[in-house]
Every structure is written in C-alpha cells, then in structure tokens.
Design a protein around this ligand. Sequence first.
Ligand code: FCB
Length: 465
Amino acid sequence: MNREETLDRFPGNFLWGAATSAYQIEGSPLADGAGPSNWHRFSHQPGNTRNGDTGDIACDHYRRWADDVSLMKELGLQSYRFSISWSRVFPAGVGTVNSAGLDFYDRLVDRLGAEGIQPNITLHHWDLPAALDDRGGWAHPDSPDWFAEYARTVFQRLGDRVTMWATLNEPWVIVDAGYVHGVHAPGHRDLKKAALVSANLLRAHGKAVRVYRDLDVSRRADGKGRIGIVVNLEPKDPASEDPTDLQATRRADAYMNRQFLDPLFLGSIPAELDEVFGQDQLRLSGEDFGLLAGSLDFLGINFYTRSVTRHDETAAPIRASSVKQPGALYTDLDWEVHPSSLTALLIRVRDAYGDLPLYITENGAAFPDPEPDAGGGIPDSLRVDYFREHLRAVQRALAAGVDVRGYYAWSLFDNFEWACGYDKRFGIIRVDYATQRRTLKDSARFYRRVIRSNGSVLAEGALEE
Ligand code: FCB
C-alpha cells in the first residue's frame, strides 16, 4: 500500500460535524424571558464591533432552528457542536431558572436526536450573563461556583440525551481578548484581573466536571456521556534563531498554548508566564490542581493558523508579535493558511500531554464569498482548498498514531464574527442577512462528499456532485 492510500482512510467511527455558538447565530437575545449577556451589552456600545453590528438577529436560528436542523441532515452531519446561552437559562446568571430558555435547547436536542445527529454542547462560548459581569464577571472568586450551578441545571435537563459536553470554549480568548486587550466583552484592559480570570476559568471547568461526574448515571446518558474542554491552539515558530526571538516564541507559546493545558495535564503553570504576568502571575492551589487532574475525557482543539513569532517590545504583555510570510496565503482575518502546523500540533499535544482522545472542534477559514455562478452556486474554492488540506493534515496525524476522533467545520453558517461583525464569512452555508436565505456553498457540498465517503474523496481532490 503506498502512502497516499494509507492516508485516504479515516477510522470507521470518525465523527464528522460542524460547529456554531449561541450568540453568533441565535438572534432574539432577550426572547422568552432571557437576560442580557455581556456580549449583548458590549455589541450595543458604539465602537466595539465593526459597523456597530450586534447579535440581535444574527442567523435568526432561535426561530429557524428546525429548518436549520434539516439543513444539517441534508449535509449528512453526524454531530452538531453548539453552545448554550447562560443568560437564557439564568437571566440573572444565578438564582431563578428560566425554563423557557432551557426548553429551546431541549427541543433542539430532541430534533437532533430524531435526525440521528449527535449534539456536542459547549456550556460557555463567551456570552456571560451581564448581571454576573456587574458583579465582577470571571474575576469574581465565586464565578467558578456560579458556573458549576449553571452547568448542573443544564446537565440535569439535557444530560440524559447528550453524550458530549465541553465546559468552556477557548478560555485563552476570554482572558486575552476580554480582559487583557479589551477587544471582546467585557472590554477590560487589566492584567491583574486577567490572571484571576485565567485561574477562575480553570476552577470553573474543574468544578463543572465534578458536578457532571457526580450525577446519577441516567443523567449522564447511561454512563456514555463524556466531558472535556475546548482550547484554541496556534503553533508558534520563531522568526529567526536570534535568542530574543526564540525567547519571545517560548513566551507566546506558553501564554497561548500552555496556559491552560499545563495546569490541566501537568499540574503546573508555565514558568514563562512570569515574564507575561509578572507579580500578577496566576496562582492555583494544590486543591485546584486536584480538581483539574483527570478532569478531561477528551480534549477539543480549535485550529486556524500558526504564528511566525519575533520579539517585539511594543506588544504588551507578551512582547512578541507575528511576522507575515511573503508568498503565503492569508485568510480574510489575516491568518496564515498553514495546514502542516495542524499535523505537528496534534503530534505535539499527544507527546506532551498524553494519549487522550482529541477532537478538532473548530477549523475553517474566512474568505470573501465569490459571486454566485451560473447555477446559483457559490464557488468558494479557497475555503474548499482550506478544508481539503487541513483534513489531509488530520489524516497525517492519524497515520502517526494520534487518537483523533472527530472533526467539526467552523462554521455551519456565516455568522456574527464577534468584533468583526458580519463582515467576515466563515460559513459553509451562506446566510443572506437581509432575507435569512441559506445557500450551500461549494465548501458545504464538498464537505458532504467528505462525510459520505468517510474522507476517501480527499485523495481525489475533485469537486463533483
Ligand atoms: C474561534 C471562536 C469562534 C469563531 C472562530 C473564527 O476563536 O471559537 O467563535 O469566532 O474563532
């Protein structure tokens, strides 16, 4: 068997999915008794998002969810990763449950089940109840307990039918964009707070996992339920062999890639973070580490790009920045397309942290959509290429023995891309925001063929129906 043939197979039970998140697609943020989230508040403050865009309508998924599940079925998705809006469930973050909010997700889970699509639920994808922000948000020492109580309520309602749970999406982005640079909600620029947030997010994860594991087996889908966390990882390659660039690269790597994984897997905090947080360096106790040890049944990895890194005194707090690569392809977010970094990353995670089941919980690219072709299709060939090459990169990691169990395309729909608003399109399904019409792009058709053939189509690289 030649190498290409070995590469063109995914394991028989490989899970194919697509991902979204609540605030990015749902719209109707205050419907049926929901409270405002910090993203609702943040996006309504002038200057925070491009064109003043908000999630008020987004993809109107809150009302169109049933048709959207039909589209998932049409694509052949085996799993759908979505998140729950905390402030729909607890309008004030804690206290009284708004059962109408939970009902929405209950119906969604049932419909997915009826269509044979496995729900993969993320409890927190950045939209914290605004009422909790008023009390200090993730910097408040009680925030891990607030989260654990919210998690308990959701597990109790949906846990009998949901077998895949993630506590948090990309805690690093919450820390870095939300509390260091202030470009995401809640818009703080406070390193000291950021370090507290980082530690509290880890505690919140640990506490929620403990709550889950203590539940009665029937609430954990007859013991089949698994829980993990989703991190975004971005390999850092030094721009030169200059010792300052090498050290900057180590710092950037510790800050973005090891800040959460080292505490979770190794029971330690990267020493390089002293150079980032200084005297405010995050602190975790023996009890905290005890909570984190063994807390993952799987790890979700979001991968988009790598960074070629150099020393840069002006780039606080890590004093490192990315260098653009001449001749390389960049997405609409200016992220370098670099698939081989995904293979290297998966191997590194296995080698550094152990042989845990891994899922690619997000991977995809923003490119401006080309004009529709004569047949009304959307020939987004750059996105098709992106998916093909990254799926091949996953195959290479599989061939190297890494235990990758599934892959989720980001995103099922064009959606509210946070501070970038609706300007940047990541969807495999186009959303016309004026009419809410959905159109499968070529990337969706390609992905459907990938799923149908369990990846064999990647070897041919052709795009036909
Ligand atoms: C990730 C987020 C997701 C989306 C993609 C492009 O960082 O998890 O919500 O914004 O990036």
